[in-house]
Design a protein around this ligand. Sequence first.
Ligand code: GLP
Length: 243
Amino acid sequence: MKLRVFDSEQDAASACAAHLAEAVRARPSAVLGLPTGRTPLNVYRELVALASRGALDLSRASTFNLDEFFGIPPDDAGSFRSYMERHFFQHVNLPREHIHFLDGSAQDADAECARYDAELAAAGGLDLVLLGIGGNGHIAFNEPGDSLLAPCHRVRLGRETRQANAALFGDDATRVPLEALTLGMAAILQARRVVLLAFGEGKAGAVSAMVRGPVTPRCPASFLQLHRDVEVWLDPMASQQTQ
Ligand code: GLP
């Protein structure tokens, strides 16, 4: 794992957007894994700015989002699909048919997960995945527990995770869906490159467990220690327990 501490969250976000843009320049048909949450917001803003200046062409790229709430339709204002439309998809030249998303309104969760894993396999897997990290060490919606799952799967969200996602539902954690669909650990660990961003004091403990702790399902992000190309980009607050 390569750790890099930036002077500020904004500096890390700008560098991350430049890094993604460079990956797409090097391989215009790149397959990107994309997260939601507060952490990547500035990255999406910077990518949109690059695209509007003609410095990023996504016309041949494809994206797979990491996860989605289960039990709400894609056009629900709280869905991750809506978040992505608002902050990124609407503003760039990524063809609609190149956008891949889990459908939280699917009747059969297992079939939906199998479809998504098959689509990702057909695309050749992820060239680069951008990740955030939950305060409890989750990546995508792979929550801490006694074990982890390799394939895409349905997951029950922990209280802390629902609280962390309350902003999408009018700051009311009780409105956050109880379940989600998520890419499993295999898709993430098989990505050719990983960039994980973490900002703020609230992430310091999870970052330290990920980087310095044992590889354990109690901290799903710790499995990234087994991957050979992981960049962990932090602001000073998130890095304070790694020294
Ligand atoms: C969410 C998402 C994750 C994200 C994490 C951190 O629950 N499923 O993909 O990385 O929590 O969110 P934030 O960036 O808002 O702290």
